[in-house]
Write a protein that binds this ligand. Structure first.
Ligand SMILES: NC(=O)c1ccc[n+]([C@@H]2O[C@H](COP(=O)([O-])OP(=O)(O)OC[C@H]3O[C@@H](n4cnc5c(N)ncnc54)[C@H](O)[C@@H]3O)[C@@H](O)[C@H]2O)c1
Ligand SMILES: [Zn+2]
Length: 361
């Protein structure tokens, strides 16, 4: 097992990464000095696979747990699910010392974390992520929340978990398309922070696609380290944390105009990161060769690198970007790369250049 620390003063916590970790959930929670009662929040795909094992481990450590199951998919990240969770927590008389275990992907983590942040003005929670995206990204850093009709993640909070337990064995049941989507965030960490990680991914992608345990553990741990490092420096995104959004401005717009669900988040940001790399080439000296390396690595992971957009779609994409981000004087702020491993946030990009790059892709 590898352990990564998220350094946040008295709210610091450990991320544990390795195989066969779920059976140690109870023992891990016992070390945190939490109350006896807890709720496991999971979804309809994950609960049948892993909730029993989680409960067994909690019972063995002396905890009294029950399971709340929400429907699988992004629609569960809603105020309606939040309400339903509150009602069940109250019915089971959870107290200030009680805690929540988020058992699932990013949807469950964001929802359960938000419920934990607000129920009784905040109770403790533990993340047990079960998707690759959740292992390397959403379970770490404390951003929690739900969607409104008007848009994604519009209601939320910062609420750090007390422990994150990445059991790599849970990835064995993850559908291949979801696994590949997680690789898009992994490649992102290479581009924004770690040229050596990027080079390793270029070398070892075939093995990572086969989920070889050693490389999977190393890569997940390195990504968690990077996220922990960034979040440790800028917990509430006043600056540096923005670099985690590399490729996300265009990616979010693609998700929004194509209807949430057509492209998985990882697929949309894969296209977004290739486009951001091309913008970086035009504005920040990111070399042609590096644009090719980025494109090739996404391709080698089985991720899309471009979509043929027509004129009307490009207009809608730009409108979506303007909604997502403040645009002033025809310019929009992007995270751009200077070289692989080094990016800068707050880079002003003319909207006309964004259109040109999208047209050419
Ligand atoms: N809080 C953050 O910092 C942050 C960061 C990135 C993304 N997110 C959020 O994360 C969400 C996406 O997360 P996701 O990609 O994990 O999607 P998800 O939670 O919807 O999971 C994807 C699918 O895989 C299924 N699944 C999960 N684990 C499984 C397993 N081990 N075996 C079989 N099936 C499994 C789920 O039921 C679901 O159908 C989005 O809502 C996004 O906004 C949050
Ligand atoms: Zn993302």
């Amino acid at each position: 097992m590898q352990t990564v620390k998220v350094p946040l003063g008295n709210r610091s916590y450990d991320i544990q990464i390795g195989p066969k970790l779920l059976p140690s959930l109870g023992a891990g929670c016992a070390k945190l000095g939490l109350g006896r009662r807890c709720a496991i929040i999971s979804d309809s795909h994950v609960a049948p696979l892993y909730a029993k094992a989680a409960q067994r481990s909690l019972t063995k450590a002396g905890f009294d747990s029950f399971v709340i199951t929400v429907p699988a998919g992004e629609t569960a990240k809603s105020l309606k699910s939040v309400q339903s969770c509150y009602d069940q927590l109250a019915a089971h008389r959870l107290e200030r010392s009680s805690f929540i275990v988020a058992l699932g992907g990013g949807v469950v983590g964001d929802l359960a974390g938000f419920v934990a942040a607000t129920y009784l003005r905040g109770i403790a929670f533990v993340q047990v992520p079960t998707t690759l995206l959740a292992h390397v990204d959403s379970s770490v850093g404390g951003k929690v929340g739900v969607n409104l009709k008007a848009g994604k993640n519009l209601v939320g909070a910062f609420h750090q978990p007390r422990l994150v337990l990445c059991d790599l064995d849970t990835l064995k049941t993850l559908p291949p398309r979801e696994y590949r989507a997680g690789l898009a965030e992994i490649i992102k960490y290479g581009i924004i922070y770690d040229a050596a990680l990027f080079a390793r991914l270029e070398r070892d992608m075939p093995r990572l696609l086969k989920k070889e345990p050693k490389i999977l553990a190393d890569v997940v741990a390195r990504c968690c380290e990077i996220k922990a490092d960034v979040v440790g420096q800028d917990e509430t995104e006043t600056g540096l944390r923005a670099i985690l959004n590399y490729g996300h401005t265009i990616g979010h717009a693609i998700e929004a105009i194509s209807g949430y669900g057509k492209y998985l988040h990882g697929e949309a940001i894969s296209i977004g990161q290739v486009a951001a790399s091309k913008l970086s080439n035009r504005l920040l000296g990111f070399s042609e060769n590096e644009v090719d390396r980025v494109t090739n690595l996404f391709r080698a992971s089985g991720l899309p690198t471009k979509i043929k957009f027509n004129r009307a779609q490009i207009t809608r994409l730009c409108a979506a970007m303007k909604l997502d981000k403040k645009v002033s004087a025809g310019e929009i702020k992007f995270v751009l790369a200077r070289e692989i491993g080094k990016v800068e946030f707050g880079q002003k990009v003319p909207m006309s250049l964004v259109e040109e790059i999208l047209q050419a892709s």
